[in-house]
Design a binder for this molecule. Sequence first.
Ligand SMILES: NC(=O)c1ccc[n+]([C@@H]2O[C@H](COP(=O)([O-])OP(=O)(O)OC[C@H]3O[C@@H](n4cnc5c(N)ncnc54)[C@H](O)[C@@H]3O)[C@@H](O)[C@H]2O)c1
Length: 249
Amino acid sequence: MSFQDKVAVVTGGAAGIGEAYVKALADRGAKVVIVDLDQNAGSTVAESLVKYARQALFVKTDIADESECQDMVAKVCDQFGGIDLLINNAAIFQGKRKEGLLTIDSAYYRRFMEVNMNGMLWMTRAVTPEMRKRGGGAIVNQSSTAAWSGGDFYSVSKAGINALTVSLSRELGAHNIRVNAIAPGPIDSPATRSTIPADRIDALMSQQPLKRLGEMTDVVEACLFLLSDQASWITGQVLCVDGGSVTRL
Ligand SMILES: NC(=O)c1ccc[n+]([C@@H]2O[C@H](COP(=O)([O-])OP(=O)(O)OC[C@H]3O[C@@H](n4cnc5c(N)ncnc54)[C@H](O)[C@@H]3O)[C@@H](O)[C@H]2O)c1
């Protein structure tokens, strides 16, 4: 799959799965935009790509702030002339509080939902006018199998993302903008190891058909497919990349 000269915005691109998306797109010719709160990590990723003759830009942005999303779009258009692709990946994941819906501090809950669910909408609203100017585009939202397993506010945010994905695909289809989501199971990453207790990971693995953690490459390849022209008639779908743990008939 080639993304030669496509402009791709990846939120949460400074670390973890987002960084893997950024590098995979840059390797396939895209001009990549790393959107993240983490200035140091984001600039380091951009600089390391530029050193290898890739086109990369870091724009510090809080996705929970719609005006910051719009400012980011203006900077990207100044530098790269437009936007073709968006991966809405950023979320509060590593280090998220482990508490139930009935007791979680309400200010924390509001901020969490503003980042993990509404941020994807603010980013989509900021980016899609530029996609329309280019005749279309593709968006992948990062969900999770937690959308089906329930548990806490994280699950609520991911179920919301699935619904956002379907609703936005309907609003944006007429503009040739496709909107899909990926729902990964646990991916072997530092964030997973520090967020999900080891015995919980073992229990999850024992229940799923393919008994291993996901690798970065598993989600990267699925995401690139959904962004690519090979998926040009696919929209409004949530693709589970999870070793078969979630099955729907
Ligand atoms: N790691 C897994 O096993 C797993 C499984 C299913 C889904 N996911 C989802 O994949 C995505 C990435 O997960 P990860 O493991 O790479 O997480 P991570 O915590 O390592 O990375 C998240 C990135 O998002 C950035 N971010 C957080 N809040 C932000 C904000 N307000 N504005 C801009 N950037 C912000 C962080 O700085 C960080 O760089 C998340 O949406 C997560 O929910 C992860």
